[in-house]
Design a protein. Structure first.
Lengths: 416, 658
């Protein structure tokens, strides 16, 4: 039995090595490239770049130490191993207790290695903390507020029209649109529990903590579309509390602002005698719990896909939109949602004034299209467990029929 | 010496004052009562180990459910609620009901043997710690068996960040179980630690100076100090959460001006030392195993001890590195960043010295040695990813991502758990007088080792690729599918390894082959004992002449024999071996605590009769506890004397007052 043991050990090592190799060769290269939508390794802004640089420094320094120390450990394990029964029972080796000089040398070496890590760390703590002095004047300010489980974004410097006499800061939800190439300073607030704002490709996270005036800054090198996610456990639906960041060039950003500052869009009524076919709607298929609400098509060029959402839908059904607009008040949606210029001034849920121009709904979770809108309206609790919309109208026994659901979706989609 | 002998009227035939019936000392040696009333540190250690391993399997099962949910994107095996409960309980169970009590099992069983003592300083307090730990474990888990809409198991995360734990956001009782469960575990841990500290300071055998203590004893001492100093912080914080939830105070309630970030500071001032509470005992075990199987002393003993203490001190100075993303500002972030890096030095020193211990040795590759070497490798990887976190800017990306999960599982499984599994194999022949099969031991090691790495190594990649932790689902377009699948397969392999390990251990426990005395040619005092060690541990309290006391004895037999014979005579003249009485009262006191804690955590104050029920039951619990403590104190510190025959068997029990 005992003679079999070293063979077994050698075998299992060979198997482990083989398994490692086949993994390398066989599977999705994505895994090793780490270039997903939320990658911290393929970065697109100076803050994330500084953080990545520090990571590489720590990684290389520790890797070198690991190879040296691990090498010595492996050597010692092989070299000083008792090779036979007799060897084991041989006279015990010299009972030495150590050498202070060796110890001191190793301690000195470790300290030196840490200095290598400490210097870039200290530098980056300051550069990633706040907008650099030189760029402060150019920085764009945004207030982000965390809710269970979505993000509200407010643009304090942009005055949006509510009606002829009233203006208020522009508010959007779950899609943060920023100017590319300009530093953006985001004030972080929360109305309930602790959340954390994280856009891995642009900057590491900073928490939104009650009674605490946190902020972070980030900058996108060039226009782009970025994935973000809440990074602090915040209750039932923490996993599906996501958001997107869209960085636009100066002209496009201004165009976007102009559109957003307008009150909600009205769809021109179609004359009664116009011979336009009513929109056809099919029965909504059933969705599995946690089923993904995304299409591969969107990811091919997410920024372009987002831009497409800015224009009105081609097959808009004015009658259906008008019906949806009425339902939006009669089904009590207005209690929680605002649609600037239309009825509705609720603040418990996201501002929906221009919801049709967003690429996602339900906090960056599912794509903004007819099917997903209907899925969300029909059963918000199954998409995002425990959310307030489920409590708000489902628990209050407000019934929405299939046709009403279609009309509401059409209305929301029209809000470009 | 005759002057020291006890006068005759004290040793025999005196009429003990008649005692009330309640104070008759339990005398069962077998059966349930013997276990409930035991004050023997070895039996208590065994019970700690038994419960710890049970909860370790429970926590492992929870982990497998978590991994199964994450095997594929958008899985719907578990609901969000169930998933959140599982990750909360997995963490809480593994830390407080798995690793800590398993360490306590070794502190109890091994530490007194290593310092040449007959028991711990306060045997009944030791029993109280054990039963209070069991009570805490019951409270923590009771929610599983109650309706999940109003009760349920804790689901606020093992870190329980305010204000999520407030009644506004989690109105059900799950958080109350967590609060009261942790409070009881805190009581148990602090009582046990005080006991260990007093034992190590006061009950060392003659000649066992501090700098001759086995490293495991040193680590017991440092860990005990960490527990005594760090648990009060969580106790205070939990009392504040309890007051917020039960009495409407505003410590963390934002609506009343509470400060949620205060919770984080209090929690991590406890929580970071806690990390070292989990790892230092394993380091101690490894520092025993490596010398034994290298057949030479630990390299640089003083510096290993000093670095252990140093880690303990620094452990209190780095708590805010868990809070780098809370907006502490540049100076505080820099300070905690540098302090955290500093901790890498004493930790590195330990690794250097372990390698130094192997150097020039005759390494015997037995199962405990395999686990110990696995520990050194895995702990190194976990340590290096820890250094990466210490750089605050890098941590801003890693915090709360799977990279962190990979890191702390490398230190907690690859570190703590490998150390503890090594310890079980190492001391098994001593504890149970049976020898574990080397073949199956090594098979279990390799399966665990491979499964562990396949599970947790891909998580580094997941974290760097932006996957946040504590998420019950993820979308398929983020590049996380393959590593998640690999990690889940790895977790099943790890599970199989753990099953092999436990089947081997249980089989050996029942029908394994008898172990020889001093099975590994050990170096420390516990190996001088017959296996399993008798109730009284040492027939004669040994005199210690060198650091590796038993190794020295084995090489200076004649001198030691003479010395021992002399001591035996002296002790007999003192009236024999003094043993403490067994007692049921610590168990009763713990039962009172359990009842009170259930009342506070499980009962509603409203509607109407609620508050009366709740108060009534809480007071009942308190009264039972006080009855337990009262009679316990009436018992006094009596004991009895054992006299041994040639073979070390007791020849008579003479009940005599001490």
């Amino acid at each position: 039995m005992l003679t079999f043991l070293p063979t077994l050990a050698r075998w299992s090592r060979a198997v482990a090595a083989l398994a490692g190799l086949s993994l390398l060769a066989g599977c999705d290269l994505n895994f090793w490239r780490m270039d997903g939508h939320q990658s911290t390794m393929v970065v697109e802004g100076p803050v994330a770049r500084d953080q990545l640089y520090v990571f590489y420094v720590t990684c290389w320094v520790t890797l070198v130490i690991f190879i040296i120390v691990g090498g010595v450990l492996a050597y010692a394990t092989v070299k000083f191993r008792a090779r036979s029964e007799a060897d084991e029972h041989a006279e015990p080796p010299p009972q030495g207790h150590g050498n202070p000089l060796v110890e001191l040398g190793l301690i000195g070496g470790s300290v030196l290695a840490l200095v290598f890590i400490a210097i870039p760390t200290l530098r980056a703590i300051w550069t990633t903390h706040d907008v650099p002095e030189a760029e402060k004047a150019n920085a764009y300010e945004i207030n982000a507020t965390g809710y269970q489980w979505w993000f509200r974004f407010e643009y304090p410097s942009e005055q949006a029209t509510v009606d002829a006499n009233i203006k208020m800061p522009l508010v959007t939800g779950n899609e943060l649109v920023i100017p590319a190439g300009r530093p953006v300073r985001i004030n972080l607030r929360t109305v309930d529990v602790i959340h954390s704002l994280w856009v891995p490709k642009l900057a590491g996270k900073v928490d939104m903590i009650p009674n605490r005036a946190n902020f972070l800054w980030l900058k996108a090198d060039k226009p782009g579309y970025f994935w973000g996610q809440c990074a602090e456990y915040c209750g039932d639906s923490h996993a599906v509390m996501r958001f997107r960041v869209v960085a636009l060039g100066p002209r496009e950003f201004n165009d976007w602002l102009d559109q957003q500052l307008q009150p909600a869009r009205n769809v021109a009524p179609v004359p009664a005698n116009a011979n336009r076919p009513r929109a056809q709607f099919t029965a909504l298929r059933s969705f599995k719990t946690n089923e993904a609400g995304i299409t591969a098509k969107f990811d091919v060029n997410p920024l372009e896909s987002w831009k497409e959402k800015q224009a009105p839908e081609k097959d808009e059904d004015a009658a259906l939109v008008a019906q949806g607009k009425t339902l939006f008040s009669s089904k009590a949606c207005i209690t929680c949602h605002s649609v600037r210029g239309h009825v509705g001034a609720g603040i418990a849920g996201p501002d929906l004034t221009h919801v049709g121009s967003r690429s996602t709904i339900a906090a960056g979770l599912i794509e903004n299209n007819r099917e997903q809108l209907r899925r969300w309206i029909r059963n918000p609790g199954s998409v995002k467990p425990g959310n307030k919309m489920a409590k708000g109208y489902v628990d209050n026994k407000i019934v929405i029929s299939t046709e009403e659901e279609v009309a509401l979706a059409a209305y929301l989609e029209s809000l470009k | 010496m005759d002057a020291l002998a006890k006068p005759a009227y004290l040793t025999h035939e005196e009429h003990a004052p008649s005692q009330p019936k309640l104070l008759v000392h339990p005398s069962a040696k077998t059966g349930l009562m013997s276990w409930l009333t035991t004050v023997d540190h070895k039996r208590i250690g065994f019970l700690y180990g038994f419960f710890a391993l049970f909860f370790f399997l429970v926590g492992g099962f929870e982990a497998l459910l978590i991994r199964t949910q994450l095997m594929v994107p958008n899985n719907d095996l578990l609901t969000a609620q169930q998933y959140n409960t599982l990750f909360t309980m997995h963490g809480t169970t593994m830390i407080f009901l798995g690793v800590m009590p398993l360490s306590a099992a070794f502190f109890n069983f091994i530490m007194p043997l290593q310092i040449g003592a007959r028991d711990v300083a306060f045997p009944r307090l030791n029993a109280f710690s054990l039963w209070t730990f069991v009570a805490g474990a019951i409270i923590l888990n009771i929610g599983w068996f109650l309706p999940s809409a109003t009760h349920g198991a804790p689901d606020g995360g093992w870190f329980g960040y305010a204000p999520l734990t407030s009644k506004q956001f989690i109105p059900k009782h799950s958080i109350d179980y967590w609060v009261m469960g942790l409070q009881l575990l805190g009581v148990a841990s602090i009582a046990a630690s005080l006991n260990f500290i007093v034992t190590i300071i006061n009950m060392r055998a003659p000649g066992m100076t501090m700098m001759r203590l086995p490293v495991f004893v040193w680590m017991t001492l440092v860990t005990s100090f960490l527990i005594v100093l760090s648990f009060p912080f969580i106790t205070i914080a939990l009392v504040e959460v309890m007051m917020d939830r039960q009495f409407g105070t505003f410590f963390f309630e934002v609506s009343g001006g509470g400060m949620p970030v205060l919770w984080q500071h209090l929690f991590w001032v406890f929580g970071h030392p806690e990390v070292y509470i989990l790892i230092l005992p394993a380091m101690g075990i490894v520092s025993e195993i490596l010398p034994t199987f290298s057949r030479k002393p630990l390299y640089g003993y003083p510096i290993v001890v000093f670095s252990g203490a140093c880690i303990g001190f620094l452990g209190f100075a780095v708590w805010s590195h868990h809070m780098f993303t809370t907006g502490m500002g540049t100076v505080a972030t820099a300070a905690f960043s540098l302090a955290t890096m500093a901790i890498a030095v004493p930790t590195g020193v330990k690794i250097f010295n372990w390698i130094g211990t192997l150097w020039n040795g005759h390494l015997q590759m037995r199962t405990p040695m395999m686990f110990a070497l696995g520990f050194v490798w895995m702990f190194m990887i976990g340590g290096f990813s820890g250094v990466m976190h210490s750089a605050a800017p890098a941590d801003a990306q890693q915090q709360d991502s799977y990279f962190v999960i990979a890191h702390f599982h490398y230190v907690l499984i690859g570190g703590s758990l490998f150390g503890l599994l090594a310890g079980i194999h190492y001391w098994f022949p001593l504890m149970f007088a049976r020898q574990v099969s080397e073949f199956w031991g090594k098979v279990s090691f390799w399966v665990i080792f491979v499964g562990f790495n396949v599970t947790f190594f891909p998580m580094h990649f997941l974290g760097l690729n932006g996957m946040p932790r504590r998420t019950f689902t993820y979308d398929p377009n983020l590049g996380w599918n393959v590593p998640n699948m690999i990690a889940t397969i790895g977790s099943y392999i790890l599970g199989v390894g753990i099953v092999i390990y436990f089947v081997t251990i249980i089989y050996t426990f029942i029908k394994g082959k008898r172990a020889a005395r001093d099975a590994w040619d050990g170096r420390t005092l516990e190996w001088s004992l017959p296996n399993p060690p008798p109730e009284y541990n040492f027939r004669v309290i040994p005199t210690v002449h060198a650091r590796d006391a038993w190794w020295y004895e084995k090489h200076h037999r004649e001198e030691i024999e003479k010395e021992r014979a002399l001591h035996a005579k002296e002790e007999e003249a003192h009236g024999g071996i003094h043993m403490p009485f067994a007692s049921i009262w610590p168990f009763v006191a713990s039962c009172g605590l359990l009842i009170g804690a259930i009342a506070v955590s499980a009962l509603d104050s409203n509607p109407a009769p609620g508050i009366h029920l709740k108060l009534g039951l809480a007071l009942t619990g308190a009264i039972i506890m006080f009855i337990g403590i009262y009679f316990w104190s009436l018992e006094g510190n009596e004991g009895y004397h054992l006299h041994l025959d040639e073979n070390g068997n007791p020849i008579e029990d003479s009940h005599a007052k001490h």
